[in-house]
Write a protein that binds this ligand. Sequence first.
Ligand code: GLN
Length: 541
Amino acid sequence: MSKYIFITGGVVSGIGKGIVASSLGRLLKSHGFQISLLKLDPYINLDPGTMSPYQHGEVYVTEDGAETDLDLGHYERFTDVNLSRRSNITTGAIYQRVIQKERRGDYLSGTVQVVPHITNAMKTHIRSLESEQTDVVIAEIGGTVGDIESQPFIEAIRQFRKDVGRQNILYLHVTWIPFIKAVGELKTKPSQHSVMELRRHGIQPDVLVCRSEGPLEDGIREKLALFCDTELPAVISCPDAEDVYEVPFRLRQEGLVEQVLERLQLTPPAAFNWEGWDAWVHQLQAATRCLRIGIVGKYVQLPDAYLSVTEAVRHAAAAQGARVAFVWIQADNDELKAQPEAWLAGLDGILVPGGFGLRGVEGKIAAIRYAREQGVPFLGLCLGMQCAVIEFARHVCGLEQAHSREFMPDTPHPVIDLMPEQRELEDLGGTMRLGAYPCKLTPGSRMHTLYGADQVDERHRHRYEVNNDYRDTLSQHGLRFCGTSPDGLLVEAVELPEHPFFMATQFHPEFKSRPNRPGPCFVGFAQAALAQQSASEEVTP
Ligand code: GLN
């Protein structure tokens, strides 16, 4: 039977519950445990797939094609475990299941209620993560304790204690200890209140992970232990880290693992082994160079919208001894279109990530043209690849009005068009080409060299594709189709052989990039960006 760790958040959101869950996952895995992670999201959408990145940050895609919360990206990057669609569930999806059963008649003659029907469905879902191979399930509840909408989840995990037994469950509360400048003090009161709220719902946290600007002094710990009725060693200080990847070290030093093992009566199956995590974080800290990478997108006010992309660039740069300074460029900007050099000069690389909708597309195309003509390393992802194809068709092949049908349905040159299987669909939620699909790499291409394989699996999230009617024209003018579906019918990636580095993918290589295994497209991009940056222009980190 699996053991369960439930992670709740206190005081405010955005204090890094997801990073704590991921770091704990990393630590348990390093002790040899088989782990699984789960995010319980209290909102009503079935998944975040239909939400704007401004609402929700990035939509992370799993191998099996689920559109999930961005915390799953942290989970996978920190633990190097591929999760499935079961690892993210929303209140909406739980209600949908219960209502479907009600319509089927499964509850005939009964009243369907939050307790027990909704809470039971939540518990059933949580238990679906259990398996003979899984030692520990780490489940994080979105939002903050006290939110109206997360109450059924809180009730479900309270009941869970009885179902699995006290020794098989641990409640971990991540809370915030603000520093009040005027009095020069860390304040525990908000955390006392959030623990009180949790206890009001019948949950006594076993472990408190306290987020604060600086480390907690003993007096503050004692106060928290006293007022929150938690053992002193279980009050774990987790001050702001320079980099999120350092958090597992801090939590280990603070004795989090011992608390978990003791509470759950677990004995590690193996000696602790960082599995390269220490080496990679050291590499990150020791980086001496700094790459200036421009990201041209329309959600740039919220960098979380591109989280896996920036992490993948950071992984690849660290492997080359460099940090990354991201320059965020709003694609929906007339000046970028008119004078791209004013915005893009001095960058070591330009990246155009994925996206939806017309806004900002012309700015992205202008940036890609600049990168192509000026020999600046360029990486395009999904919509970024589609824009690169449009740019090439317009300015190299002379198809002036080339466009994607997503943005101009009556374009005379739909170089990007809807996939046939997408034409009949009515629902927008969960109906894209999603998840891992194989991609055949063209021998002799730069991409083939970077991956060092003839075929790879990468994750997808798109409706549109390169239109095969234009493939001959595009390739005759020098665009190389370096990746296609195994049957050759879908273009998966393009590159320009004569350019220092110009590569674009229909898939999203960022989702499979791991700190210790950076995505090959990002490695090529970072190498080219470093080569581009002359030693004299070195920017101090
Ligand atoms: N909007 C484009 C499509 O649906 C690209 C999607 C993306 O960038 N994820 O094909």
